[in-house]
Design a protein around this ligand. Structure first.
Ligand SMILES: *Cc1c(COP(=O)(O)O)cnc(C)c1O
Length: 421
């Protein structure tokens, strides 16, 4: 029996309606940018497996560092002990994070990194004797699937059953260059009418919304206003972090730095799950007290797993290497050329790119999980490229190590699809 058949007996997949779509393709290996299925077919992974495997699948350098750590220390309780991989990772991260970041808190995935950020902001004010219970977030944002993260997410199509249980969130539009003053007026009203703990945002690019890019000056204005009103700012860099925007972090493009930053996905390069919530010294100091209960009692069993820390360290070493930085620049230039070529295609409504992220909207309506989307996905797969349309957006987020030939093939199948839609 094939893996695909055996899968159906006991497995329940995320983001899937099994009755409509029972099959899952079985992948048996991955190397660099290539995924291989159980029949030996190969696919270029043009979205780096949910934006994680940015240094290529099964990267030898990362595997070796991880393997070495596995033989030295597997796991130890981070509430009671510390270890070199966590220390070294904190030192390496603080060096590349925005200058105001000072403390590193470990979590297991992007959602819990956001969950911890939300709890940090609430307790920061609680510890000061202030009850602030509301957050501000962008419309159409995505921050994860746990209750706090779901609450601040604006993409709520799948939140129906849980809506009665979410925390208070007010929404503002993303800045597009023309609406800055309206957004500030809305913020002013929210901040005067409600007790706002924080503003959470995906900086510059809203990933799940369809790689939607907003205006950096506008974001800067919003952040500056929040700071002036003591509203904590939380940058969710789970998707944008680690080089994808052309800088190490999207926050590097903006002068006003966030109080809290959420990291995951490319942090551990697709090899192991881990996440981090970093914060300023001021936030950290809000939890220092002679009272035990003012500490931060949010903990996961696998916090700061030494093996995952070793993986993350190797990832950062690659990110900051000349080779990867050169690759990022090469992909940016290729995207620019492709954008120039494709933007006048009759089926293309609009194009955009930032760093290694490229997206185009087609002029045909496509539901998020509808028929056309499935057909398009199959069209790409039949031609050896894994691309995953989001609504009527087709986007590319390739591993940094992709070859020019592979990248050209990705562009070609997209153009081919546009020609025959
Ligand atoms: C993926 C993502 C999350 C959630 O991360 P998980 O690891 O899937 O829980 C949160 N925020 C953003 C911006 C993301 O892209």
């Amino acid at each position: 029996m094939s893996l695909q058949e055996r899968d159906k007996k006991h497995l329940w997949h995320p983001l899937k309606q099994h009755q409509l779509n029972p099959d899952s393709l079985a992948i048996i290996k991955a190397k660099g940018c290539i995924l291989t299925d159980e029949d030996g077919n190969e696919y270029i992974d043009a979205i780096a497996s949910w934006y994680t495997c940015m240094y290529g699948h099964c990267n030898d350098y990362i595997i070796e560092a991880t393997h070495k750590q596995m033989q030295q220390l597997d796991h130890v309780m981070f509430s009671d002990f510390t270890h070199e991989p966590a220390i070294k990772l904190s030192e390496k991260l603080i060096k590349i994070l925005p200058k105001n970041q000072s403390k590193i808190y470990f979590n297991d995935n992007g959602s819990t990194a956001v969950e911890a950020a939300i709890k940090m902001a609430l307790q920061y004010y609680f510890n000061k004797g202030e009850k602030r219970s509301t957050f501000i977030a962008f419309e159409n944002g995505f921050h994860g699937d746990t209750f706090g993260a779901m609450s601040v997410s604006g993409l709520s199509v799948y939140n129906g059953p849980f809506e009665d249980f979410l925390i208070n969130v007010l929404r503002i539009p993303t800045p597009n260059g023309a609406n800055h003053q309206d957004i500030i007026s809305l913020l002013e009203q929210y901040i005067s009418d409600f007790k706002i703990a924080g503003f959470i945002y995906e900086p510059l690019i809203q990933g799940a919304a369809g790689m939607k890019i907003h205006n950096s000056n506008g974001l800067h204005t919003i952040l500056k206003y929040c700071k002036s009103k003591n509203v904590l700012t939380i940058a969710d860099e789970v998707m944008t972090g680690f080089g994808k925007t052309g800088k190490n972090f999207a926050s590097d493009y903006i002068d006003t730095k966030p109080d809290i930053i959420c990291l995951s996905k490319a942090l551990t390069a697709g090899l192991l799950p881990m996440a981090i919530t970093s914060c300023t010294q001021d936030i950290y100091q809000g939890f220092l007290s002679n009272e035990m209960s003012k500490g931060f009692f949010h903990c996961h069993t696998y916090s700061a797993n030494p093996v995952a820390c070793a993986t993350a360290i190797a990832g950062i070493e690659l990110l900051t290497s000349k080779e990867i930085q050169t690759n990022i620049e090469r992909i940016i230039q290729a995207h620019k050329k492709f954008e120039k070529h494709i933007k006048n295609h009759p089926k293309v409504n609009s194009t955009r790119h930032l760093g290694v992220i490229f997206a185009l909207d087609i002029d045909t309506k496509m539901e998020r999980y509808g028929d056309l989307r499935d057909k398009l996905l199959k069209f790409f797969m039949d031609r050896g490229v894994f691309l995953r349309p989001l609504g009527n957006t087709i986007y590319i987020q390739v591993p940094y190590v992709i070859s020019d030939t592979e990248l050209q093939k990705v562009y070609q199948v997209i153009e081919h699809a546009l020609d025959i839609i």
